[in-house]
Design a protein around this ligand. Structure first.
Ligand SMILES: C[S@@+](CC[C@H](N)C(=O)[O-])C[C@H]1O[C@@H](n2cnc3c(N)ncnc32)[C@H](O)[C@@H]1O
Length: 238
């Protein structure tokens, strides 16, 4: 699949126009998304990342960066703890909605090509966070590219907090994707399009992720939820 991100951009641009809050958090009601619950989950994600065991604290509190910021709920929560926050997303419409929701100028929303963090200097960031983004990326090469970017931009003492799909069974996962794609072609797919490859994404074993991080100069210091869709990792840069 390589690093071609065109289909990812098209999918997320379309979803952001249809119902951004729902596609950021599909546990919400499609017709009446509860925005208080939406923002509360953003705060909760940051609490898990930074406060609850086995969280690992970054040495500095100057700059935090989120990969795949959607409507900016996590950036908003991060802005209560960091001087400056940068949110990158592949969708211009998500970013437009994020700016509306989070007017604070200390939070900078930026467009990415879907695999890199252009314009962020090497060793300039204290925390890189990503939540419910890698699980949707169909190309492992793109995830690898982001992991390398996290390793590049973190300062020594910085932490990369990432969540990804760590469910076991590569073959089972591929079969599941094929069955869902076939059902969609037959008109029996999910009415909200959550069976598209751009939503189903890919899975990565813990050891594979550990190696990916290590190649990027990062050490996986702690994990939680191993073997589930919500596998979390805390990787440090020394
Ligand atoms: C499920 S939403 C999660 C948003 C945010 N992390 C949150 O939890 O509030 C996934 C987001 O990732 C973005 N996204 C998908 N693929 C991406 C990529 N390759 N690079 C950057 N952003 C991407 C989508 O546009 C969408 O805003």
């Amino acid at each position: 699949m390589g690093r071609d991100t065109t289909k990812m951009r098209d999918y997320w641009e379309q979803r952001a126009q249809l119902n951004a809050a729902f596609y950021v958090d599909t546990s919400l009601d499609y017709d009446n998304p509860n925005m208080d619950q939406f923002l509360e989950t953003g705060r909760r994600v940051v609490t898990i990342a930074l406060d609850e065991p086995p969280a690992v604290q970054p040495a500095g509190k100057a700059v935090a960066l989120e990969i795949g910021c959607g409507m900016g709920r996590i950036c908003l929560a991060l802005s209560e703890r960091f001087d400056q926050v940068i949110g990158y997303d592949i969708s211009t419409e998500m970013l437009r909605k994020a700016r509306e929701l989070v007017p604070d100028k200390r939070v900078d929303f930026r467009l990415t090509d879907g695999a890199s963090l252009p314009g962020v200097a090497d060793g300039s960031v204290d925390l890189v966070q990503t939540f419910t983004v890698f699980q949707h990326i169909p190309s492992v090469d793109v995830i690898q590219a982001y992991v390398e970017e996290a390793g590049r931009i973190l300062r020594p003492g910085g932490v990369f907090v990432l969540q990804w799909n760590g469910t076991p069974g590569a073959i089972r996962w591929r079969l599941r994707r094929m069955v869902m794609a076939a059902r969609q072609r037959l008109g029996r797919g999910d009415r909200y399009g959550r069976d598209a490859p751009q939503f189903l994404g890919s899975r990565i074993d813990l050891d594979e992720m550990r190696q990916m991080l290590s190649r990027a100069g990062l050490e996986l210091a702690a994990t939680s939820g191993e073997g589930t869709l919500f596998t979390w990792g805390w990787a440090t840069k020394s």
